[in-house]
Design a protein around this ligand. Structure first.
Ligand SMILES: *Cc1c(COP(=O)(O)O)cnc(C)c1O
Length: 442
């Protein structure tokens, strides 16, 4: 909403179905004159991107002031600490959750959610294979089984129909990863989760400030998990926040973030958990950072949507697909090359774009999570996987397949989006993409 998203519903639908036409060449292909001389920067031509990207500080006076205030305190411990209180208040302005626990990372936030949801031995949790490995670390530590579902070809988020196909009597939860800050289809996921009595956990690590049909990201699922790691939209170096408004789960967040104990009456442990606490210095920086979030999110949304608009008509490329009523906050932008639309492979295309001065790279993570050696060998605990040895799962990650996710990682080209970039710069980046796409059009 809010007018920042200029892609129409028609383009949204076209983007979703267009990929099915493998080999379609589109306009760029038709226009490519045979035998034209190359003006690519890669071949000595002039660069398409002449402007500087734009830069600026990520932190400064507000963070310093907050740290100064913190240094007046007698304690730097999180429990009843003023910085933690302030961070919690400001977090609720971004994601209105009744219960909030600050913690040491996004990985910790998700682990706390999984544990608080009562997910355990042999339970199945369906999630995305293209994500940070932190999405599933907590699942595995609780002795549950991650089940990877396939993704939408242009959204790079969970394909709800494939999630449904992978539901079994053992399924307990879905972790919806809002990859790159592009909201998942939360209405469909919530409906599905409710129908099968599943817990819905939102991994919002890359999605600070995003909105799903106007709702704050993290406000539809039972849990909202955020990361404050250095690469995210707002940061304190490392940190995380987990929120829940569900009366069954919310009251357990503090316990599962802090050694299984209730801080109001320490002792008498009736749960078991590790120490995932965040300290007051981290909370001070994070609280100051949250004040910066809205302009950062708004700017990234505008820049990413602008890039989509400018490359929408290049037939060989699929722009990043965002629902017109959502706000994606582009932790990064990714478009895809259609198969057979170009006379070159991705690495040549990326090399040509880099020569033009465009901030790009091929793909994202090297392989879907299940392709990583630790999954292929099922070697999670000193080389072993108790759940499998106990016969509580038949999961074999070496046979797991998510064809679209694999194709996304092979054909995707990532464009860096950063809040200090100017619209003029993004327009030049789009021109570089256009130039390279026209040159190599099949
Ligand atoms: C960064 C990230 C995490 C993990 O967060 P950390 O703070 O690094 O532990 C989890 N999921 C996604 C999608 C992420 O991008």
């Amino acid at each position: 909403m809010g007018g920042t998203n200029s892609l129409s519903r028609r383009q949204w639908v076209a983007g979703a179905s267009g990929l099915l036409l493998a080999g379609a060449t589109g306009k760029a292909g038709e226009k490519a004159a045979s035998g034209q001389r190359s003006s690519l920067a890669l071949h000595g031509g002039e660069k398409a991107v002449k402007k500087a990207a734009g830069s600026g500080p990520r932190w400064g006076q507000p963070e310093r002031q907050q740290l100064d205030a913190m240094l007046q305190q007698g304690s730097l411990f999180y429990w009843q600490g003023p910085q933690t209180k302030l961070l919690t208040e400001r977090f609720r302005e971004v994601c209105p959750a009744k219960y909030v626990q600050t913690c040491s990372s996004g990985t910790a936030a998700i682990h706390i959610a999984v544990a608080a949801a009562g997910i355990g031995l042999g339970d199945e949790v369906i999630t995305s294979p293209i994500t940070d490995i932190g999405t599933v670390i907590g699942v595995l530590y609780q002795q549950a089984v991650p089940v990877f579902a396939d993704l939408g070809p242009g959204t790079y988020n969970l394909d709800v129909a494939d999630v449904e196909r992978r539901i079994t009597p053992k399924t307990k939860a879905i972790i919806a990863v809002h990859l790159t800050g592009n909201p998942c289809d939360m209405d469909a996921l919530k409906t599905l989760a409710d129908r099968h009595n599943l817990v819905l956990i939102e991994d919002c690590a890359q999605a600070w400030g995003a909105r799903s049909r106007g709702r704050p990201i993290g406000s539809v699922g039972h849990f909202a998990c955020f990361s404050l790691q250095n690469s995210k939209h707002v940061t304190c170096g490392d940190g995380g926040v987990v929120g829940s408004s569900d009366e069954r789960f919310g009251p357990l967040l503090q316990k599962f973030g802090d050694k299984g104990g209730d801080r109001r009456k320490w002792g008498g442990f009736d749960a078991f958990a590790t120490n995932y606490r965040m300290s007051e210095p981290q909370a001070a920086v994070a609280a100051a950072q949250l004040k910066r979030l809205e302009p950062i999110a708004a700017k990234r949304a505008r820049l990413g949507n602008l890039l989509s608009e400018k490359i929408a008509d290049l037939g060989g490329l699929v722009p990043h697909q965002v629902h017109p009523e959502d706000r994606a906050v582009y932790w990064f932008y990714m478009f895809r090359m259609r198969p057979k639309a170009f006379r070159c492979g991705r690495s040549e295309f990326v090399k040509a774009l880099l020569a033009e001065g465009a901030p790009v790279s091929g793909g994202y993570i090297a392989v879907p999570l299940y392709g990583e050696p630790v999954f292929q060998k099922h070697g999670f605990f000193a080389g072993r996987w108790p759940v499998k040895e106990m016969g509580l799962t038949t999961m074999d990650f070496s046979k797991h397949k998510c064809p679209e996710a694999e194709a996304i990682l092979k054909t995707g080209i990532r464009v860096t989006i950063e809040e200090h970039m100017t619209e003029e710069y993004i327009i030049e980046v789009a021109a570089a993409i256009q130039k390279v796409a026209r040159h190599y059009a099949a």
